[in-house]
Design a protein around this ligand. Structure first.
Ligand SMILES: CC(C)(COP(=O)(O)OP(=O)(O)OC[C@H]1O[C@@H](n2cnc3c(N)ncnc32)[C@H](O)[C@@H]1OP(=O)(O)O)[C@@H](O)C(=O)NCCC(=O)NCCS
Length: 81
């Protein structure tokens, strides 16, 4: 997932959550159903980490990631089943 953004006038209305839910539904229905696909990943800006955590993403637990400018996060599609 890359370059997710909501117009600043319309943030905190649930639009970001809806876009993530839509992307995950597309991945499950159109991609994972046809090719091997287990994880959705994103390089989250530090200020967006808690947003992605609310969507179920987990921070990669590595020392390099804890100090990275953008934090690698992943969502395990199996955990959604
Ligand atoms: C991150 C972003 C896409 C979220 O979009 P949004 O439509 O405001 O998100 P939602 O309204 O669906 O918020 C969902 C939850 O995440 C929280 N949240 C939203 N933006 C957040 C942020 N920047 N930091 C922490 N929490 C955030 C909300 O409070 C909400 O929590 P709640 O359900 O407990 O109330 C939006 O803030 C944005 O465009 N930010 C600038 C670009 C950016 O940082 N994109 C991420 C690229 S890595």
């Amino acid at each position: 997932m890359h370059r997710l953004a909501v117009d600043s006038r319309f943030r905190h209305y649930g639009i970001g959550t809806t876009l993530v839910d839509y992307a995950i539904a597309l991945i499950q229905d159109k991609i994972a159903a046809n090719v091997g696909c287990r994880f959705v990943v994103t390089d989250a800006k530090i200020e967006a980490v808690s947003f992605y955590e609310k969507q179920g993403f987990i921070l990669l637990d590595s020392e390099g990631n804890q100090h990275a400018e953008q934090r690698l996060m992943f969502l395990d599609l199996v955990s959604l089943q």
